[in-house]
Structure formats: C-alpha cells, structure tokens
Write a new protein. Structure first.
Length: 191
C-alpha cells in the first residue's frame, strides 16, 4: 500500500464510503482530533510503569480507533445496499464506559479530596495527561458539533466525555505517585 496517493493534493479527502469532503470539514476535524488524542494517549502509555494502567490505555487507544472509524463514516454510507453495515467492527459499548468509571473510582480512593481546581503541571507525565485531557475535550466538542449536523452514535460522545474525566483523575494519580506538587488554583481577589 502506497502512503501517498496525491488524491488530497487539492485539499479534499475521502470519508469511509467514498464521499469526498474538504479537509477542514467538521467530520474530518472530529476524527482528526480523536487521532491526535490517540497519539497523546500513546505517549502517556509509553511512560507508564504501571502494567494495569498501560493495559487500560491500550484499550482506550483501540476504542479511539473505533471512534475514529465511526466518525469517518457518514450515516448515509453506514449501511450497504445489501443491508449489511459497512463498519463490521466491534463498537464502543457500555462496558467500555464502565472500565473507565471503575478505574476513576479506584484511583480516587487513593487520592486526597479535591478542594480546588489544579494548575496543569508538576511533572512531565502529569502534563502529558493534562494535554491529552484538553485534546479529549476538543474532540468531544468537535464530535458534538458534528452531531448537530449529522447524527453521531451517542456512545462516542459519552465515551469521550468519560475519557476526559479519566485523564484528569489519572493526572492527579500520577502527581500523587510521583510525589509531584499539585498546585491549587486560588484566584486572587481584585481590590
């Protein structure tokens, strides 16, 4: 398979099913941001020494590829003329949300209660989580915007929402594990 096809040289790309759209189309923005998020998750996983965490992150990466495939497929192209679904892949399920929720709940049992917002940072690994969290929120916004134009499977938006929560708690857990200072945001009062 050749990496370059030259078909996108004029600023368009193909969606799954063949439809060509501008590279700045909201559908491309949504799955492109999911792809960017997946790369950040890979960086976090690469720095993980916790086997269980690395397994969760690898599972997340697989689900993000699924989300990307779903987002790259316009609803009009989802079902083939034969009646079969074009995307014959495992979908994102409620169980995938439960995996994230269980991990969040487990991590929170080991953390001090949160009383303030925290400033991102404290250690490079923590910062990677915060960057991934903000990219995840952007992916969620782009996907939500796409959903206003063409329906997106609700579970994709829910998964991105839960994943951003997971990444925030993971950042806090890594701060705790690495004994990095968690700097509280305490707004100064204007006099």
């Amino acid at each position: 398979m050749k990496i370059y096809t030259k078909t996108g040289d004029k600023g368009t790309t193909s969606l799954f099913g063949g439809e060509r759209v501008p590279k700045h189309h909201i559908r491309i923005e949504s799955y492109g941001t999911v792809d960017e998020l997946n790369s950040w998750i890979g960086l976090i996983r690469d720095h993980s020494t916790d086997v269980a965490m690395a397994l969760i992150l690898e599972g997340v990466q697989n689900k993000l590829f699924t989300a990307g495939a779903i987002l790259a497929t316009p609803p009009s192209k989802e079902v083939l003329k034969s009646g079969k679904k074009r995307l014959n892949i495992e979908r994102i399920e409620e169980e995938d949300l439960s995996v994230l929720e269980t991990a969040i709940d487990q991590m929170e049992t080991e953390l001090p209660p949160m009383t303030h917002f925290v400033l991102p940072g404290g250690h490079p690994h923590v910062s990677y989580c915060h960057i991934a969290r903000t990219v995840c929120r952007r992916a969620e916004r782009r996907t939500s915007q796409l959903n206003e134009i063409e329906e997106v499977e609700e579970i994709v938006i829910r998964y991105l929402n839960r994943l951003s929560d997971y990444l925030f708690v993971l950042a806090r857990k890594l701060s705790n594990d690495l004994q990095a200072k968690e700097v509280k945001w305490i707004p100064t009062k204007k006099e």
